[in-house]
Design a protein around this ligand. Structure first.
Ligand SMILES: C[N+](C)(C)CCCC[C@H](N)C(=O)O
Ligand SMILES: O=C(O)CCC(=O)C(=O)O
Length: 367
């Protein structure tokens, strides 16, 4: 280990010498255009160590002479900010997430509503939409002509679209275009999509472009962040079990067979906060990741989670009308639909998680 000192602030830090050498930021070690390292780790001697370190007041840099002859010049703030403890505290402070039940989200509804004309003309409006998506997990874009083309235009103003076997933009009704209950008039309980994909869509957009000659078809939304907080508070053992047990999801139709296993609750290893809620009771494959002796605890835990999801206090019911897109975080917010009659057409799209978070980072909304 190497004890680093920063005389102007009196800060000092113990760092692993190989880590420090590995994080040299000079142009010989780091491609400053691509932010990629220029060396293979094995190019560095395993026992590389500092021969000397010297703080330069003029440049406010820490200069280190290495046993392999390399000279490094470090910005102390970079070293300090790169420590695990700092990352944890930054993530814990910066996640300005608002967990919501129905009454909380209704109090904040004004922060969720946007209009396409403003969105098209203002980059600030784009940043505001994405900030609300991070904070609340759901937004609405009004004044969108009720057709797939304008829906696509609105969504592409924000993000690239995720192409799946459903399409890039998809339009569905009760026409059996795919072997899935979404393509029926049936009730769909609260769920997240794509539990059968290795990487579930990060965002989902839905736009009801038509509903005529019938009724029903209301949508409802539940904040999975609020739900998992409640589960952890009320039933910590169930929370722990659902954070570790692998639950297989599966989607099978002509020419497609998707399968993925992961826990229903995936936590951030740093902050312990929710990273993803993967909850779709319909798309579950044969459940075979536990011995029969442990099945009772699993089902009891899942039932406790579903009771919290189904609690009407946690459910925001609304009717999506032509002209309004709902865009929500499919790793956090659960959605569902009442059964309906008549002719109902929905159009929408998925957005990759990485594209959602990348845009939020580029806009400085998240780290
Ligand atoms: C959205 N769209 C109609 C295209 C597909 C719906 C897929 C539904 C699937 N059961 C899931 O939950 O992922
Ligand atoms: O038809 C709807 O409103 C939603 C359908 C649904 O839940 C889905 O496509 O995942």
């Amino acid at each position: 280990m190497l004890n680093l000192k920063h005389p102007p602030t009196g800060q000092s830090l113990e760092v692993n010498q190989f880590w420090l050498r590995d994080h040299c930021r000079c142009g010989e070690c780091l491609n400053l255009e691509t932010n990629q390292r220029r060396f293979d780790l094995l190019d560095l001697p395993a026992n590389v160590h500092a021969l000397s370190q010297n703080y330069c007041y003029k440049t406010d840099k820490l200069e280190v002479e290495w046993s392999d002859g390399h000279l490094s010049s470090y910005d102390f703030d970079f070293i300090f900010a790169s420590q695990r403890e700092q990352v944890i505290s930054r993530r814990s402070e910066s996640t300005s997430l608002t967990a919501w039940n129905r009454s909380i989200i209704l109090q904040n509804e004004r922060h969720l509503r946007y209009s396409l004309p403003q969105l098209v003309t203002s980059d600030e409006e784009v940043k505001s939409v994405i900030t609300s998506l991070i904070r609340y997990g759901i937004v609405f874009i009004d004044d969108v002509a009720p057709n797939p083309t304008m829906t696509e235009l609105a969504l592409r103003r924000l993000f690239p679209l995720m192409k799946t076997f459903f399409g890039e933009m998809w339009t569905f009704s009760d026409k059996k275009d795919h072997a899935d209950t979404a393509y029926t008039k049936l009730y769909l309980g609260s769920h997240t999509d794509n539990t059968y994909f290795c990487d579930a869509a990060g965002l989902q957009a839905l736009h009801c472009i038509e509903h005529s000659g019938g009724d029903g078809g209301e949508n409802f939304f539940v904040d999975g962040l609020y739900v998992v907080h409640e589960l952890r508070r009320r039933h910590p053992a169930a929370f722990d079990l659902l954070s570790r047990v692998l639950v297989p999801g599966e989607y099978i139709e002509e020419g497609e067979h998707h399968f993925h296993m992961a826990p229903i609750i995936q936590l951030d290893p740093f902050t312990g906060e929710l990273i993803q809620l993967r909850l779709n009771v319909y798309d579950r494959a044969v459940f075979n990741t536990l011995p029969q002796s442990e099945m009772a605890d699993f089902y009891a835990s899942l039932r406790l989670l579903l009771e919290i999801v189904r609690d009407s206090e946690h459910q925001w019911n609304l009717k999506l009308l032509p002209g309004t897109i709902v865009l929500f975080d499919n790793w956090r917010v659960l959605h569902g639909r009442e059964a309906y009659t008549g002719r109902r057409t929905m159009t929408g799209a998925y957005v990759q998680r990485t594209d959602f978070l990348s845009k939020a980072r580029v806009l400085g909304i998240i780290e």
